[in-house]
Write a protein that binds this ligand. Structure first.
Ligand code: AR6
Length: 179
């Protein structure tokens, strides 16, 4: 199957997805927070933060894996996106690295399906259109390069984000067709 057919864009709560791994948009302590991080910890139960304590944090742009506990997902991949600060502090490269490292971890653990939230675009303030182009570009590249990845879901929380993802995917498709 082509890369595009293995990429799905949905609107919903990532905590409800039955996949090998969901990605958490965490902070560098990995000890929980608000937004999707808070929702994942609440749904997974207290054992998740116990395992996270043993990970001793995570650098921006990197990712670490735990079990999923009470979630339908078997694992949680915790990644730390950059805080948006005008785009001149390597935010683009750090965000791309979140997606890349999460896919690398997934492959290292022989997982075949993964769901991502819109990392950094909530509390961390990364502009959604720009983040979306980075996310979709990298995820399509990962799918093309690695046949072992069966399914990637971009799980948008709002209808607004969902529309941006759909439109951006369309643009990327048109650009590829024109090349
Ligand atoms: N399912 C899917 N997406 C969600 C959900 C959910 N249940 N809840 C929120 N979102 P954010 P960040 C979306 O703020 O910007 C935390 O305190 C949300 O609408 O969760 O990377 C961490 O501990 C947005 O589109 O993450 C860090 O301190 C996206 O998830 C900080 O926030 C990301 O928004 C990280 O900020």
């Amino acid at each position: 199957m082509s890369a595009e057919n293995r990429l799905q864009i949905i609107q919903g709560d990532i905590c409800q997805l039955d996949v090998d791994a969901i990605v958490n948009a965490a902070n560098s302590s990995l000890l929980g927070g608000g937004g999707v991080d808070g929702a994942i910890h609440r749904a997974a139960g207290p054992e998740l933060v116990n395992e996270c304590r043993d990970l001793h944090g995570c650098k921006t742009g990197n990712a670490k894996i735990t079990a999923g506990y009470n979630l339908p997902a078997r694992h949680v991949i915790h990644t730390v996106g950059p805080v948006w600060d005008g785009g001149v502090y390597d935010e683009d490269a750090l965000l791309l690295s979140c997606y890349r490292r999460s896919c690398e971890l997934m492959r290292e653990h022989q997982l075949s399906s993964i769901a991502f939230p819109c990392v950094s675009t909530g509390i961390y303030g990364f502009p959604i259109e720009r983040a979306c182009r980075i996310a979709l570009g990298e995820l399509l590249a990962q799918l093309s390069a690695h046949a072992s990845i069966e399914r990637i879901i971009c799980c948008c929380f709002s209808r607004y984000d969902h529309e941006i993802y759909d439109r951006t995917l369309e643009e990327l498709r048109d650009n590829n067709a024109a090349e």
